[in-house]
Design a protein around this ligand. Structure first.
Ligand code: GLY
Length: 372
């Protein structure tokens, strides 16, 4: 059974940069309640990939962000340095460099960030050629009067403020999977009004079922939220979006209130999973508003998931039980450090506090899998 590290030991090890790799990264489900009071802040919560990828370094996203916050870094700076690890890691094919491309084989990235203390926000959508869209989102926040830049013009902005632009963000892995998908379908993403079937979508789901694509990476994303000792809240979400999407498709990740919402007093929430389902109800905003009215993170998250279920009526989005045939996850944190990871179907999420980084099971609304 893993022993939680005492706070002093974790801080010493993380400050020594690297011993955190020796920490237990996964708790048995029976020992891992999805909601708890974490004790002293700081506290960082993210999607599960935030405690998996290290880009050849020694710390995962949540451990990096926690360590920087302990050292007094601005919360958003710490979170963005954390998600940069995942964006830059070619092994995570859902975020940044090497993210699964769109239907034309082009990697298009979305991101947004929110800074609770200053009430500022920034985002980019459909950005090509920059490995770290979260940093460009922050530049939009800091260097413009706007909240969202998109497409070619987002790239122009990135170039103008000093980001190098690359011709192609595919890795060998992402390109091979795209070619495999091309082989299986004519890539006609437009809905057939008679059949309401989606050939390309179905071919992608087959690749998930065959184990070619991590189920959490089909709509893969990282959301990471944090609160520091002073109770200051921030958040960031970054993604390559839905694999094989129609070029130009933007999901929930860069949309304030959908893929992320932070209120300096009430809390922060962000998402991964089917963006279209979340966009319909702006569920991150909904969750934070419910917390403002007194709900606990887990209860607010479960209510948002029930809203998604109620809004999912299209036959092609329902499984044999009549339930959504996709997953959506929310990562929720309030200013006290109370937190929850919730999802339609069982999944996992990452946290880091004084006891170190770890991966825990989400609280699921439904049993079984989306496909059952
Ligand atoms: N949640 C990520 C997306 O749908 O693009």
């Amino acid at each position: 059974m893993p022993h939680p590290l005492d706070r002093r030991t974790f801080l010493q090890t993380s400050a020594a940069a690297g011993v955190a790799t020796a920490l237990p990264s996964t708790l048995p489900q029976s020992q891992a309640p999805s909601v708890k009071r974490s004790g002293p802040r700081p506290m960082v919560i993210s999607s599960a990939n935030g405690n998996r990828f290290k880009n050849g370094g020694r710390l995962t996203c949540v451990a990096q962000a926690f360590t920087l916050m302990e050292q007094g870094s601005d919360v958003l700076d710490a979170l963005i340095q954390g998600v940069n690890i995942v964006e830059l890691d070619p092994e995570d094919d859902s975020v940044g460099y090497g993210g699964l491309p769109n239907a034309e084989g082009v990697v298009q990235l979305d991101s947004c960030c929110m800074h609770g203390p200053t009430r500022r926000a920034g985002g980019v959508a459909c950005l090509e050629g920059v490995r770290t869209p979260s940093k460009v989102a922050k530049a939009v926040m800091e260097q413009t009067d706007h909240h969202l830049l998109v497409g070619h013009d987002a790239q122009t902005f990135a170039r103008q403020v000093g980001f190098p632009i690359e011709a192609d963000l595919n890795t060998e892995h992402s390109r091979k999977l795209w070619l495999e998908w091309k082989r299986r379908t004519d890539a006609n993403h437009w809905l057939d009004p008679k059949q309401q079937s989606q050939l390309g979508f179905e071919a992608g789901l087959h690749m998930v079922r065959e184990g070619l694509i991590d189920p959490e990476h089909y709509y893969g994303t990282i959301n990471c939220n944090g609160v520091n000792k002073e109770g200051e809240l921030c958040g960031v979400t970054t993604t390559s979006g839905l694999a094989w999407k129609i070029p130009g498709r933007v999901g929930d990740s860069p949309i304030l209130g959908a893929g992320l919402y932070v209120d300096g007093q009430a809390g922060a929430a962000g998402s991964t999973g089917r963006g279209e389902a979340n966009l319909y109800g702006l569920c991150s905003f909904l969750i934070v508003e419910m917390m403002r009215r007194g709900m606990k993170p887990k209860d607010a998250g479960m209510e948002a998931l029930r809203r998604i279920q109620a809004n999912t009526v299209r036959k092609s989005l329902l499984n044999s039980r009549g339930l959504p045939n996709f997953n959506v996850n929310f990562y929720i944190l309030n200013a006290h450090g109370d937190h929850a990871g919730v999802s339609l179907y069982t999944s996992s999420f990452a946290v880091c506090d004084a006891n170190g980084p770890r991966t825990e099971p989400t609280e699921a609304l439904f049993p079984g899998k989306p496909s059952e």
